[in-house]
Design a protein around this ligand. Structure first.
Ligand code: ADP
Ligand SMILES: Cc1cn([C@H]2C[C@H](O)[C@@H](COP(=O)(O)O)O2)c(=O)[nH]c1=O
Length: 241
């Protein structure tokens, strides 16, 4: 049998050593808020960020620059509640844009639409564990097909707390866990609100998906037929010339 010889003394792990993060800050925290669209994720994030600010902590809010539905430089809930934010294509650019000194003084970072940030995991690790920040993240856990969306689920193992919110099913009023897409588009990322999506319970997700998938198949078939037809007419035209 072999033993792994560690050079780290147990004292430093059990509390005898300096347990602060580099730069002598206490380690931060990571809190995650997930759920379908219209569940109140942004509302909950705004409430938590405002309350941190009211308690005298320095706060900053970030959202994805992909989603500028209601405003360019504010996080806005579906009810219209607002908070100024940095709209960024990625999280790694935040520190430079915010400024090194201002970043050092920052206590709490809110991130909305977290599903759109590819570098979510690395940013949260560094912000909480090296820089001592409290990071509060709101995002979709699943897309309209109920597939894991972006890196939101990857940060669950890093989190201090995870809150899964629910909306109300638009068909029956029961708790809604899922987001149904009402249009024919099939790409994962499609910015939109109530014009494109609705919150639904399990039963109405299953029924709704069946209907939407048949509708998408019919539309695709029509499009293919139309394209073949226009190709034919092009060929006919070419033959005439
Ligand atoms: N089907 C719906 N269409 C439009 N607005 C809705 C719908 N269901 C709920 N809402 C409103 O949206 C609010 C939640 O907004 P928000 O916090 O932005 O949610 P999320 O960030 O989870 O999408 C609810 O309090 C409610 O007033
Ligand atoms: C389900 C689903 C959603 N999106 C987009 C639509 C919205 O722009 C955001 C979610 O906003 P909310 O604050 O949670 O209401 O994400 C998408 O691109 N793809 C999807 O499958």
């Amino acid at each position: 049998m072999s033993y792994f010889k560690s050079s780290i003394s147990l004292g430093s792990i059990q509390g005898g050593g300096d347990m602060t993060v580099p730069g002598n800050r206490m380690p931060g925290e990571i809190h995650v808020i997930v759920g379908p669209m219209f569940a109140g994720k942004t509302t909950a994030l705004l409430r938590r960020i405002r309350s941190e600010g009211d308690n005298g902590r320095n706060v900053a809010m970030i959202k994805s620059s992909k989603d500028v539905r209601y405003a360019i430089d504010s996080v806005v809930s579906h009810d219209g509640a607002k908070f100024p934010c940095w709209a960024l294509p990625d999280l790694s650019s935040f520190r430079d844009k915010f400024g090194g000194d201002a970043y050092a003084r920052l206590d709490v970072i809110g991130i909305d639409e977290a599903q759109f940030f590819e570098d979510l995991y690395d940013f949260c690790c560094k912000a909480a564990e090296q820089d001592g920040k409290t990071v509060i993240i709101a995002g979709l856990d699943g897309d309209y097909m109920r597939r894991s969306f972006g890196s939101v689920l990857d940060i669950i193992p890093l989190a201090d707390s995870v809150t899964k919110l629910t909306a109300r099913c638009e068909f029956c009023g029961k708790r809604a866990f899922f987001t149904l897409r009402k249009t024919e588009e099939i790409q994962t990322e499609l910015i939109g609100g109530a014009d494109v999506y609705m919150p639904v319970c399990r039963q109405h997700y299953v029924n709704g998906q069946l209907i939407m998938q048949s509708a998408r198949a019919v539309l695709l078939n029509c499009r293919v037929k139309r394209e073949v037809k226009s190709d034919d007419s092009c060929l006919e035209e070419a033959a005439v010339i």
